[in-house]
Write a protein that binds this ligand. Structure first.
Ligand code: 6GU
Length: 215
């Protein structure tokens, strides 16, 4: 799956996408992530990308021209939907992330900054709007990383074990419940012992214990 990300802060993404599972997924060609700096598309001589809102009010808005030119350039290399990351969008859930992974070869993710973007960009180019929860972030970058991470987990091969994404918290396989408690070595830590059944080797008893301890 391919992700093209349009942002004013490209450096924010490098560290998160350069480690651990997403790094391996990129190295194995399971996902491809391209970052586009919206400022590079500004035709203003000072590379300006924001301006004051018509009608007044607090803060600045991202102007239409750099966003339009950036998105139009990216649409030439990515035929997927344009997703605008905004607290006004549809709330991301386990099911929503899974559908995004199953139903799209690629996504274009647009990160908002300041008080928002010129409405005409939404009217002309945005296909979907996604929020990651009921709180406001300083920009869409962190939310975009959340979407790329949550969606990538549903791409076959990204998690080592094919079953993992569906055995995690919130999946239907666990009845919408969260997970059972996990333990690893040592058997006793700070006086707390790992339940004996988990060390018994009795797989039927272990499965029963886990089912009883879903939280
Ligand atoms: Cl997608 N963007 C911003 N700025 N804040 C948010 C969000 C997105 N989702 C929740 N809060």
């Amino acid at each position: 799956m391919r992700f093209d990300i349009c942002t004013l802060f490209p450096d924010m993404f490098t560290s998160y996408f350069s480690d651990s599972i997403l790094k391996r997924a990129k190295d194995e060609g399971l996902i491809e992530i391209r970052i586009h700096n919206i400022r590079d598309y500004s035709k203003d001589k000072h590379k300006k990308v924001d301006d004051t809102p018509y009608g007044g009010g607090a803060g600045m808005l991202m102007t239409a021209q750099p966003l339009y030119d950036c998105l139009m350039a990216v649409k030439k290399i990515n035929s997927g939907p344009v997703v605008f990351m905004t607290p006004q969008g549809k709330k991301l859930t386990h099911t929503h992330a899974k559908r995004l992974a199953m139903n799209n070869e690629s996504l274009i993710l647009l990160c908002g900054r300041y008080e928002g973007i010129d409405q005409r960009i939404r009217d002309l180019l945005v296909d979907k709007e996604i929020s990651i929860g009921n709180y406001v972030l300083t920009g869409g970058e962190l939310a975009t990383m959340v979407v790329v991470d949550a969606v990538s987990r549903f791409i076959p091969g990204v998690l080592g074990d094919e079953a993992s994404a569906e055995e995690d918290s919130f999946s239907r396989r666990l009845g919408g419940k969260k997970e059972y408690p996990h333990y690893t070595k040592p058997a006793i830590f700070e006086g707390l012992e790992v339940p004996a059944v988990l060390r018994s080797g009795n797989h039927a008893e272990i499965a029963k214990w886990r089912k009883e301890h879903l939280r």
